[in-house]
Design a protein around this ligand. Structure first.
Ligand code: ZN
Length: 78
């Protein structure tokens, strides 16, 4: 479900992903490496990590991360 979460991350950051998108584009790599301040403690955390897993510093978890985890639980069929 990493792909799904990545699409959600991309959507949040306004990136467009037409069909056949090359994930190795500089823009995509840059987006993955981008950092955002944790709304709780203000430390810089990788956007992808912050959105998908939450803040490693203070334990803050985004609603998006929670919903993504729920979706993973529901969508895992293997
Ligand atoms: Zn934090």
């Amino acid at each position: 479900m990493i792909a799904l979460a990545s699409f959600e991350t991309a959507a949040k950051w306004g990136l467009e992903f037409p069909s056949g998108t090359n994930y190795n584009t500089a823009a995509w790599q840059e987006a993955k490496a981008a950092k955002e301040e944790c709304p709780e403690c203000g430390k810089k955390v990788a956007v992808e990590e912050l959105l998908k897993e939450g803040c490693p510093w203070c334990g803050w978890i985004s609603a998006r991360a929670k919903s993504a985890q729920n979706q993973e639980d529901e969508l895992v069929t293997e």
